[in-house]
Design a protein. Structure first.
Length: 235
């Protein structure tokens, strides 16, 4: 980073959410569930994927609130799904392991995020802030090549707390050299995780909202973008 870049940049640090921001989690999720159903001899229907997505989201929101542990989340979502489907005699632990491995074996960029992050490298420092499972996230980021662009990767499982908890962010900040809150911007699609977390620790927030959803959360959104490349005009 040269002096000119620093003087021109409003923000020096970008905290990127990973799933459904830099990478398309929904596509990876569909692939992983389909692969897992096939391996266990189950029929995969579109409505099953839709229902699983709802169950998974609900479990992650409960995890964000500290209501369920990561271990309870990883198996509980499938227990709930199979109970609703009336599927019996499935080793939930084995199924969850197959699913998690498949989830980390593919990646899909959103808005050509790889090119954007490559372009921003040297102009700002970039960090991943994610609630995903360590092995899954690290493998995905490695396969995508993003791990070579990002300055560091902060995964909740390693940090010890999930987003949006204050402790998660405080521990991340401690690992960022010369961190200043007013020079950092968190960018993510989740109001309850990314934006709430940013609000709680007092850093500017950029809501990635490609679908144009309305914000009824009462949370402070400093910037809103529909395409990741709009970030260039902000920083």
């Amino acid at each position: 980073m040269n002096k000119k870049d620093v003087e021109m940049s409003k923000f020096e640090i970008i905290l990127w959410d990973v799933d459904q921001t830099l990478l398309d989690f929904e596509l990876s999720q569909a692939y992983a569930l389909g692969e897992s159903f096939q391996k266990f001899g189950l029929e995969m229907k579109e409505e099953v994927l839709s229902r699983y997505a709802e169950i998974n989201t609900a479990y992650w929101k409960r995890h964000e609130l500290g209501e369920v542990s990561k271990e309870e989340l990883l198996t509980g979502r499938f227990e709930t799904l199979f109970l609703e489907l009336g599927v019996e005699n499935i080793d939930i632990g084995a199924f969850a392991a197959v699913y998690q491995k498949a989830l980390g074996s593919v990646y899909y960029f959103r808005d050509d995020s790889f090119t954007l992050c490559s372009k921003l490298k040297g102009k700002v420092r970039q960090y991943a802030v994610t609630n995903g499972v360590t092995a899954t996230q690290r493998n995905k980021l490695h396969l995508s090549g993003l791990d070579k662009i990002l300055d560091d990767i902060f995964i909740s499982e390693e940090i010890g707390y999930p987003k949006p908890q204050r402790e998660y962010f405080e521990r991340c900040f401690q690992r960022i050299p010369g961190f200043q809150k007013d020079k950092a911007l968190i960018v993510g699609d989740s109001l309850t995780s990314d934006i709430r977390g940013g609000n709680q620790v007092g850093i500017p927030c950029c809501w990635y909202n490609p679908e144009g959803k309305e914000n009824h959360s009462g949370l402070q959104v400093d910037y809103e973008i529909k395409n990741l490349w709009e970030l260039e005009d902000i920083i």
